[in-house]
Design a protein around this ligand. Structure first.
Ligand code: IPE
Ligand code: MG
Length: 219
């Protein structure tokens, strides 16, 4: 979800206003995906690298998260959406941690859609953490499979992403789902995240449906 800052700057607004508009955009895209029966949606909300932003901006982002989750938890329940976090929740500011944990617990039985929030997330750290967990189990190294590794990622039990959308014209992976994106289709949009709405999502999905996915085969 990239481009909140540039969206605000273009309008002479503060970066906070940009993030607020970005949160509204996220709400609309979640609703649109649910309507389309998309079973898994992951939003990259905060990377471990984002801690190096100014303290005030980090605070704004977590305050927004708390506000957003408190306001939308009811909607998640009504729409049978399960919230799941990818990342280290225990290092979040305590209010954010509490609200996130509560929303995850309250929605745990929901089945129609899983909404993953990548929060305090690093793809490299996630892979390292999975290796450490496997090591702790004392398995013989030669017996460890790629599936074992996948089973120890934050996304354990979930399918790999079919489509990754990056907004705002950036063409990078930025430490996102490094293991899971091995065969993911990428879609780059110049649209800034706060302007990314249902028609933009529709365009991405239409293009995705045109793609030929071969997974390394020739057929
Ligand atoms: C949102 O957009 C990304 C988050 C970390 C929430 P940015 O804040 O990166 O916006 P730009 O790149 O400055 O436009
Ligand atoms: Mg950015």
């Amino acid at each position: 979800m990239d481009g909140n800052g540039r969206w605000a700057k273009k309008r002479g607004l503060s970066r906070s206003e940009g993030h607020k508009a970005g949160a509204e955009s996220a709400r609309k895209v979640i609703t649109a995906c649910r309507k389309q029966d998309i079973p898994y949606l992951t939003l990259y909300a905060f990377s471990t690298e984002n801690w190096s932003r100014p303290k005030e901006e980090v605070k704004v982002l977590f305050d927004l998260l708390v506000y957003f989750l408190r306001r939308e938890e009811e909607t998640l329940l009504e729409n049978d959406i399960r919230l799941h976090v990818l990342g280290e929740i225990q290092d979040l500011p305590s209010m954010a941690r509490q609200v996130v944990n509560k929303a995850c617990q309250d929605t745990a039985a929901n089945r129609s859609m899983t909404l993953n929030l990548a929060l305090n997330y690093s793809g490299r750290q996630e892979i390292l953490r999975a290796c450490q967990k496997l090591y702790q189990q004392g398995l013989p190294p030669s017996g460890i499979t790629a599936t074992d590794l996948a089973d120890h990622l934050y996304t354990a039990g979930q399918p790999d992403p079919d489509l990754l959308i990056r907004t705002s014209g950036e063409k990078r992976l930025s430490n996102y789902l490094l293991f899971q994106c091995a065969y993911t289709e990428f879609y780059f949009s110049d649209t800034l995240w706060p302007d990314f709405d249902e028609p933009h999502l529709g365009a991405a999905l239409r293009e995705y449906r045109q793609r030929q996915r071969r997974f390394g085969r020739i057929d």
